[in-house]
Design a protein around this ligand. Structure first.
Ligand code: DLL
Length: 424
């Protein structure tokens, strides 16, 4: 769709959704009244900046159903994501919302080149988490054979993949790496598998990790993006050019803001991603602050799609570690580790405070071929890794070399940081 036409569509839809939340959801009405803005002030998509933000805190404050814009009877599905503290964040979906979800999910799967000839193994968890049911809906909507394996039980996953001629694996990128390890010890040859495509998301991953997955599984690995509050997987997808995540902006309008000031960021600048759901009816969200840090690119993609492309999620504004005053993102550590041939792509970060000074320990796993009993060799390797990490992070980490297969593997979203400072 030409950009001008897209903006027209977004303008119309924004007016409708603002009317809906204003008339049907008291917290929105009150907040808009406080900000001195009414639905009549929203004439085009450019007026979106007049509207107040919504945050994760609002979802907690109005837990579980206070932000619905329809009578509860119209809700047909609940999903939830566990927060770091206390109650989960709950999202209610109407049948209209599930239909939109299936449509955008199908759009994602089509962009990866999938059709009804494919066999899709969904190894995201099924349940309150949106990964399993979301990918399931996308796969069924394009008419592919859908294998609802859910997460865990790696041996069985591999057997199913082999026996059913699975062409597509949908799971977290960290679980894809875990499965790749499992495949090495499995009683099948690579030629016996039909696997060619991976649909990976639900956690940040780097280009280096993509290469690692593509090489170890012999597939093309594509990004899928989404969040419980907006809709699960299906908010955005890569295309075969793997050059940014196209957002389904006819349904989810994106903005980038400066996370400190809330002001719109300059074109192309990195900042916090904010979404307004333009078509949802159950729990529409206006200017929802995702805390994800990224940038947007409005140039037409080589694939011909005109939809805006999101850069990789660099981390979350709340995931950023400040260590001895320096901002450190786990994704930076991951990029370095995946580049080093001596290391497995698994790591764990421990931050602590000793005598009022922050400590940063990075546990890395040495590959079998490089692990040695000869101390000088190991000391040299450790120095080399510390040097590489220092050049990217700007601070000196304490590198801890771990034996092969000793860092815990993840079957869902990987937990990679233990910040012990908060406990003190
Ligand atoms: O993780 C939805 C999902 C399921 C997306 C399966 C893709 C595949 P939540 O549990 O609510 O929902 O977590 C949402 O996960 O704000 C990002 O920080 C992160 N995230 C999701 N997809 C990606 C991605 C699901 N492709 C939070 N790249 C989001 C980086 C991602 N981070």
């Amino acid at each position: 769709m030409p950009r001008e036409q897209m903006r027209k569509l977004q303008s119309e839809r924004l007016k409708e959704v603002v009317e809906r939340v204003y008339n049907n959801c008291a917290p929105y009405r009150e907040r808009m009244q406080q900000a001195g803005v009414s639905p009549a002030d929203i004439k085009s998509i450019d007026d979106i900046v007049k509207l107040p933000f919504t945050s994760k805190k609002d979802l907690r404050d109005y837990y579980p159903f206070g932000l619905l814009s329809v009578p509860q009877e119209e809700i047909v599905r609940i999903h939830a994501s566990s927060g770091t503290t206390g109650k989960p964040i709950v999202a209610g979906y109407t049948q209209n919302d599930l239909d939109i979800w299936n449509e955008v999910g199908a759009r994602c799967f089509t962009a990866y080149g999938l059709t009804n000839s494919d066999v899709v193994q969904v190894a995201y968890g099924y349940g309150l988490f949106t990964g399993g049911l979301g990918a399931n809906g996308a796969s069924e909507t394009i008419g592919a054979i859908t294998v609802p394996a859910s997460s865990g039980n790696t041996e069985k996953q591999i057997m199913l993949m082999h026996d059913l001629g699975v062409t597509t694996l949908a799971c977290t990128p960290s679980y894809a790496l875990y499965l790749a390890e499992g495949l090495k010890g499995a009683p099948y040859k690579r030629e016996e598998f039909k696997l060619k495509i991976g649909v990976f998301g639900a956690e940040p991953w780097t280009e280096a990790m993509r290469r690692e997955i593509e090489e170890s599984l012999g597939i093309k690995a594509y990004d899928i993006y989404g969040l419980t509050e907006i809709i699960g997987p299906g908010v955005g997808h890569e295309c075969i050019y793997q050059n940014g995540t196209h957002l389904c902006e006819d349904h989810f309008f994106p903005e980038i803001i400066n996370p400190e000031t809330g002001e719109p960021a300059a074109k192309g600048e990195t900042g916090e991603l904010v979404f307004t759901t333009l078509t949802k009816t159950g729990m529409p969200l206006i200017r929802f602050r995702t805390r994800d840090l990224t940038s947007l690119n409005y140039e037409t993609c080589d694939c011909g799609r005109t939809s805006v492309r999101m850069g990789r999620i660099l981390g979350r504004s709340d995931d950023m570690l400040i260590i001895r005053g320096v901002n450190v993102f786990p994704s930076q550590v991951e990029a370095v580790i995946c580049e080093l041939p001596e290391l497995e792509p698994h790591y764990f970060i421990v931050v602590d405070r000793l005598n009022n000074s922050d400590t940063l320990e990075i546990q890395v796993e040495v590959k079998d071929d490089f692990y040695s009993d000869e101390l000088p060799k190991m000391i040299d390797l450790k120095k080399h890794i510390a040097h590489k990490l220092h050049s990217v992070l700007g601070i000196h980490p304490d590198v801890k070399l771990m034996e092969p297969r000793t860092i815990e593997r993840s079957q869902g979203k990987a937990k990679r940081v233990d910040d012990r400072r908060k406990l003190m």
